[in-house]
Design a protein around this ligand. Structure first.
Ligand SMILES: Cc1ncc(COP(=O)(O)O)c(C=O)c1O
Length: 352
């Protein structure tokens, strides 16, 4: 398998996480739940890293913590200062909560795909929430970033956490999420780790850690059909899953950072979540459904992948009215690999 160049060259400036989460109670140390799924007649153990158990409800709690600490140490964020960020939901909820705890003002720019529940949580934590309307041909991320730049230009004391460019984003997953996942799975390390992509920070950080500490681990990235996160043209995504894929290319990821990349249609992520809930009782967020399908496709392609770590960025509470309320089947003209993946997931069982 082509391993290509390793990640750190893509991560920009060397980043130090001063306290690895200490001082921010409730972040990190998330549960690791094993599921057994037979794929091509071989039992595979999926280790679901339930990041929805973090304070503020998602993996973005780690990211938000690191972004703020980075600004405090390197970005001129002073006590009582102000930050701004563009967010599709989860990062904003975490930033709002941490800013409230640390006494910063927080302005969050969202778009109409941002779940209403996330906006309510941001506002409840005291953040100023600005909703941008994309133009007809618009790219929501580009519209949000335009607004962030206007806000920065209008107030020189405002600081941008910049989840798209800050080395603290991949850095926190390299130094914290990755080692925690590997420790939980066992001394030899997993055969594969799987992560869905949005900014690419999670996958880039995991890749940097596993390439160094467990070089035999296969890195599996999962991007959305129609996402430009790892290249390719941006396409229409009428059923877009929040926090999955992106209208802009990741500035953290280089092609050598992953061994396998699986493209998952948004319309498949939702049935995957429902199938997993029916089989196991776990109510996962939409991008977790995509990641699990990615894991199934990778497992079908490689019988050696037996112990597979899967990052599940959030839980399903924010999606009860969408993913879990729908009965919509996956598209008829669907990819055989994704159809097979759904069938595999239906046989998932919760045992060690
Ligand atoms: C639900 C969900 N899944 C996946 C991701 C992907 O994370 P990253 O931005 O690190 O690629 C995010 C990030 O916002 C998310 O909120």
């Amino acid at each position: 398998m082509n391993r290509g160049p390793t990640g750190p060259a893509c991560l920009g400036a060397e980043f130090t996480l001063p306290t690895a989460g200490a001082g921010e109670p409730g972040i990190g140390g998330t549960p690791l739940v094993p599921l057994v799924v037979p794929v091509c007649g071989i039992d595979r153990r999926l280790w679901l890293k339930l990041e929805g158990a973090n304070a503020y409800g998602s993996i973005k709690a780690r990211t938000a913590h690191a972004l703020i600490e980075h600004l405090e140490h390197n970005g001129g964020l002073e006590p009582g200062g102000s930050i701004v960020e563009s967010t599709s939901g989860n990062l904003g909820v975490a930033l709002a909560g941490i800013c409230r705890a640390r006494g910063y003002r927080c302005t969050l720019v969202v778009d109409r795909d941002t779940p209403r529940r996330s906006i309510i949580l941001m506002a409840d934590a005291g953040a100023d929430v600005i909703l941008v309307e994309p133009t007809a041909a618009g790219n929501p991320v580009a519209e949000r970033l335009r607004m962030v730049r206007r806000i920065l230009a209008a107030d020189p004391r405002m600081r941008w956490t910049d989840q798209y460019g800050s080395p603290a984003n991949p850095g926190v997953h390299e130094r914290w999420t990755g080692p925690e996942l590997a420790r939980g799975i066992g001394a030899v390390g997993p055969d594969a780790v799987v992560a869905a992509i949005s900014t690419g920070g999670t996958l880039a950080g995991l890749s940097a850690y596993f390439r160094r500490a467990h070089p035999n681990t296969t890195i599996v990235g999962v991007d959305a059909v129609g996402s430009a996160a790892i290249g390719g043209a941006r396409g229409a995504r009428p059923a877009k899953i929040p926090g999955f894929g992106s209208g802009r290319r990741s500035s953290f990821l280089c092609p050598g950072d992953w061994d396998v990349c699986v493209r998952v249609d948004d319309e498949y992520a939702a049935p995957a979540c429902r199938v997993v809930r029916a089989a196991t009782g776990l109510t996962l967020g939409g991008s977790s459904g995509a990641a699990l399908l990615g894991a199934m496709v990778a497992a079908r392609g490689d019988p050696e992948l037996r112990e597979i770590g899967v990052i599940c960025p959030d839980l399903g509470a924010a999606y009860l009215n969408t993913i879990y309320a729908s009965r919509r089947p996956p598209p008829l003209e669907s990819e055989p690999a994704l159809r097979e993946g759904l069938a595999d997931l239906a046989a998932a069982r919760r045992r060690g």
